[in-house]
Ligand binder design. Structure first.
Ligand code: 4IP
Ligand code: ZN
Length: 145
């Protein structure tokens, strides 16, 4: 499976459990036609930490930080929404972020469950864009693939 993109980026923990910590980890991200996979370490010593089936992805878009300080080195966030989870990834430059968002949008464009609306800002105990307190609340801005 050929890589479309491969780059070291930073991710925020998805906090799948109520007790999950909020932290930021440097991971090697690899995009193929079917999956987005992230690894700890590199080359022959890399260990797979997570992998998302692109067929389950409902939205890929940049995140506006609305004046909030981004607590990691990379300052260009984007989001990958799949099932009921949101993965926040931080790119080192606008060019890098655009490449990831554009390439991922291309791969998900025929998915049946693409959102009609999304949240343009972060989830931080509430949606910073619209103030809704339900993590699964309907998005507040029109989504364009
Ligand atoms: C972990 O924190 C890492 O951030 C995981 O990221 C993350 O998994 C976990 O979130 C979080 O609890 P510790 O390393 O301090 O335990 P990674 O897998 O890249 O190491 P995600 O799901 O974000 O991959 P939860 O919510 O899965 O527990
Ligand atoms: Zn919102």
């Amino acid at each position: 499976f050929e890589a479309i993109l491969e780059e070291t980026l930073i991710k925020r923990s998805q906090q799948k459990k109520r007790t999950s910590p909020l932290n930021y980890k440097e991971r090697v991200f690899v995009l193929t036609k079917s999956r987005l996979t992230y690894y700890e370490g590199r080359a022959e010593k890399k260990f797979r930490k997570g992998s998302i089936d692109l067929q389950r992805v409902r939205c890929v878009e940049i995140v506006r930080n609305g004046g909030l300080v981004i607590p990691c080195e990379n300052k260009y966030p984007f989001q990958v929404v799949y099932d009921t989870n949101t993965l926040y990834i931080f790119a080192p430059s606008n060019e890098s972020r655009s490449a990831w968002v554009q390439n991922m949008k291309e791969e998900i464009k025929n998915n049946p469950q693409i959102v009609t609306k999304f949240h343009p800002q972060f989830w931080q105990g509430e949606w910073l864009c619209c103030g809704q307190e339900d993590k699964l609340a309907l998005g507040c801005e029109e989504y364009n693939l």
